[in-house]
Ligand binder design. Sequence first.
Ligand SMILES: Nc1ncnc2c1ncn2[C@@H]1O[C@H](COP(=O)(O)OP(=O)(O)OP(=O)(O)O)[C@@H](O)[C@H]1O
Ligand SMILES: [Mg+2]
Length: 278
Amino acid sequence: MTALTIQNLWKEYGDQVVLESVSLTIAPRAFVALVGPSGCGKTTFLRMLLGQERPTRGSILMDGDPLPPEPGPDRGVVYQRYSVFPHLTALQNVLLGPEMQASRLTGRVWGMKRRVLVDKAAALLAEVGLAGAEGKYPAQLSGGMQQRLALAQTLMMRPKLLLLDEPFGALDPGIRAEIHALMRRLWHEHAMTVVMVTHDLREAFALATRVIAFDRPRNRPEERMRYGATITNDIAIWPPRVAGRQTIYDADIPAGQDDLSRFAIHSGTTRPVAGAQA
Ligand SMILES: Nc1ncnc2c1ncn2[C@@H]1O[C@H](COP(=O)(O)OP(=O)(O)OP(=O)(O)O)[C@@H](O)[C@H]1O
Ligand SMILES: [Mg+2]
């Protein structure tokens, strides 16, 4: 049950302030969608959660403990592209993580132990809809299939925290709807907390329990370096979604039939329209 507590987080690169005073508590099993204009620090924020970047100031606690300073199997990530290894088959891609972990020297596991891992990897591939594609290389898979593979590869390590950086951004709309249904199912069935960056508000509202917007409160050209982005909006989805408890409300809504009209969109972030219930 993974909760995150982010306290007064700042990230600066040289003179440039990217993020400033970000404070946020994320409940266990939440599905947080992070939106905001390009360059406002969303990927930087995910990289800090992953342990690939250190905050300049502030702290990140995972279940009350400081986040380990390096990436580990408890945190998985899927990017928009290139999360899988092109020279490995689908099955080998999913096996790679546990093999590296089990045998740090050779990167291989043998005998019964390997059999168990192969069965588990094949089951996970089937779970993401890739049964029969075990022997294919990523170049032989469609974009949607590659992202399914990337999800399977990440889930194989049983991450407590799943980080997604525009994972479905490059997919066609039809394929996206399918993969949304898969993502929702995976979130219900695997005990993980999810933080997903997206440019697509519809996607954010379709999947998340909570939508958080980053933006720069001070954004004049002369202010851009000195002031960073912070949380400008924090919207709990209503009616609430609860992990492990699928409702009719979670059923896939055909594109165009959901009601986003109560949110006005400004520079890529959301602000509830005055008087609307958010
Ligand atoms: N390693 C780095 N060194 C220096 N500056 C960096 C580094 N990584 C990111 N930045 C800067 O931090 C700012 C935020 O970048 P980031 O990639 O986090 O934005 P983003 O919100 O993910 O944008 P997008 O929506 O386009 O992906 C940018 O101005 C970028 O140039
Ligand atoms: Mg980014």
